[in-house]
Design a protein around this ligand. Structure first.
Ligand SMILES: CC(C)(COP(=O)(O)OP(=O)(O)OC[C@H]1O[C@@H](n2cnc3c(N)ncnc32)[C@H](O)[C@@H]1OP(=O)(O)O)[C@@H](O)C(=O)NCCC(=O)NCCS
Length: 193
């Protein structure tokens, strides 16, 4: 099953822990401005967690004009049309990590600790499992402790820590942390019955 097909099983809405009704859906071609607004409202130091310059309109426009959900699936949570959280499931279709999905997640500060990232990441894990991925992983720096705790609650464990391995915008070194989880595929569950 492809990510796109598995996406049909994802909840369309979700109520956050403080009672706000959020819409959940995959990225669409018209989302460029909403995504740009989201990234511009993140604390500046957190922008280094993204591999692209996400506050540049060309980047969000590029994403929205070239959506490839089968290998890169950004799931958005929206509050009355405003993007408040983005979680992405990424798969390299070839190469030695093709059986592993990489998940990342970011939530606007005002919307944190309300269960939103937990919900989006769980949906992506379920999609990865339905799509036949064998593992999922997530990358962190040492001080992203809240994120590591959240992924641990969903079943991820610490796989490796490399001391002073990555650098932030100020060229300060940080420990690199890789977490991951093995997935049972639908076929394995079917075989268990
Ligand atoms: C990490 C992040 C995605 C969490 O989003 P969130 O929507 O606040 O997470 P949730 O509310 O679903 O958290 C679920 C649980 O994880 C734990 N958790 C989440 N953030 C935490 C924090 N900052 N400190 C301690 N525990 C935290 C809590 O146990 C929480 O449950 P609780 O609120 O009932 O105690 C958000 O803080 C963020 O965008 N941070 C910056 C980017 C980042 O670090 N991303 C993670 C790497 S991909």
């Amino acid at each position: 099953m492809s990510f796109e097909l598995a996406l049909k099983e994802v909840a369309r809405s979700f109520t956050s822990d403080d009672g706000v009704e959020l819409k959940i859906r995959a990225i669409e071609s018209t989302d460029s401005k909403a995504l740009l607004g989201f990234f511009k409202n993140l604390p500046a130091p957190e922008l280094m967690f993204f591999k692209h310059r996400v506050t540049d309109p060309e980047v969000t426009e590029g994403w929205c004009s070239n959506i490839t959900l089968e290998s890169n699936l950004p799931l958005l949570a929206l509050d009355e049309g405003k993007v408040v959280a983005v979680a992405t499931l990424h798969q390299n279709k070839g190469g030695w990590k093709r059986h592993i999905g990489r998940i990342s997640c970011s939530v606007l500060p005002k919307y944190r600790q309300k269960g939103i990232a937990g919900k989006l990441v769980q949906e992506l894990v379920d999609i990865g499992r339905m799509a036949g991925l064998q593992k999922v992983e997530a990358e962190f720096i040492d001080k992203q402790e809240g994120g590591q705790k959240m992924f641990a609650l969903l079943g991820f464990t610490h796989l490796v820590k490399l001391e002073e391995y990555v650098q932030d915008m100020q060229a300060i070194n940080h420990d690199y942390v890789l977490m991951g989880m093995d997935l049972k595929t639908d076929e394995e569950y079917a075989g268990m019955g």
